[in-house]
Design a protein around this ligand. Sequence first.
Ligand code: 5AD
Ligand code: SF4
Length: 458
Amino acid sequence: MADQGGTGPKRLYIETYGCQMNVYDSERMRDVLAPLGYAPAERPDDADMVVLNTCHIREKATEKVYSEIGRLRVHKERRRGEGRDMKIVIAGCVAQAEGEEIMARAPAVDLVVGPQAYHKLPELIARAARKTGERLAADFAAQEKFDALPARAPDGVTAFLSIQEGCDKFCTFCVVPYTRGAEYSRPMADVLAEARALAEQGVREITLLGQNVNAYHGDDAGFAGLLRALARIGGVERLRYTTSHPLEMTDELIALHGEEPKLMPYLHLPVQSGSDRVLAAMNRRHGAADYRAVIDRLRRARPDIALSGDFIVGFPGESDADFAATIGLVEAIGYAQAYSFKYSVRPGTPAATLPDQVPEPVKAERLERLQSLLRDQQAAFNRATVGRTLPVLFERAGRHDGQLIGRSPYAQPVHAAAPGRLIGKVLPVSIVATRTNSLAGRLVAAVAPPVADLQVPA
Ligand code: 5AD
Ligand code: SF4
């Protein structure tokens, strides 16, 4: 929608980088700013306020933020010439880690706000507007943030629910413990109340979020206890969670994968490397065999579980033999999907100053080999579903008329010809073909068979 020159509602544009936690946080920022009269803008140059919700994980994250600020400054100045303003807010993990420097280096920025202070956005914005108070709000106070954020209106039949933030694991490559702070779990009662509210508003699938989600320990309930309680909420048909740490896969949680039909047979369980030497240098606190043992137990509990992971190639000191161990592990496990990265230095983390940084071309070559293997595995996994009938939760209209897109239990996007009224329903779809990143299917019946029939693996 075009800018309305100050006569209509104010327009807000949020650019989200990085993980699902940031996607979730962006939604919450939108909610917290709505009462101030901010409606979504289509483009940043139309906006009265632009929020960059940044991610610190990727390479050159900070430099990319500065170049984006540079682009926005041009619009800010143009709008100022037209008698309008554009507030620039930097949020997310780069804000947390580099807040002071951003304020010093980028005067066009009105406000820097770390992930724990989003609930204070209205107040901070008002203060920044008056140019009286601080522009910087990057303290850790996770509980306060969760308490103060308003209830949100979901915009579909699937929703993220943040239950845990921060991390105490201190993997030597990772900035999360520094940017998101210590591990914190929301009280179980709060999580259940939010889940009930989501279900009442039509949400059928909830994905629990946290940097170390399976380390959740709200009140006395462990993570498995929370999942069990969530599964009892009427209307919630599917549960997922991400991201997990192998050390937190308790016996109870593994068993639950075999017992709870609402818990989807898909798990993102990063291992980072298949070499014990590298895993030790990464401070992962487990070896490759420990990871494989967890996967074996999961597969015994839920034979069809689809696995996803994160991998880093070219960690300092990684030899050809170490990399071969990673390839060996991937071959042994067989992933349905995965993310892989070249190691990149994060200033302030222990690995940043390790000797034996791996040369760029070696990292590139290893990444290509790993990704090619992972691509093949993903394609094989998808092909293996052709001919099967899978329960699909229809989520939204597809690109073509009369088509809906949903997800299989294994988190594969599936498109099929189906009427819009089936959005929000879990229905059997016969898979007929694979595309690059999705499956094509044919609706078998527009009435749901009993859940128990749907969830049994073929
Ligand atoms: N270099 C490369 N990849 C990284 N990740 C985290 N930090 C780094 C880094 N310094 C990857 C890990 C993690 C995922 C979210 O991002 O694989 O699991
Ligand atoms: Fe980072 Fe995950 Fe390691 Fe925590 S467990 S330090 S979030 S990679």
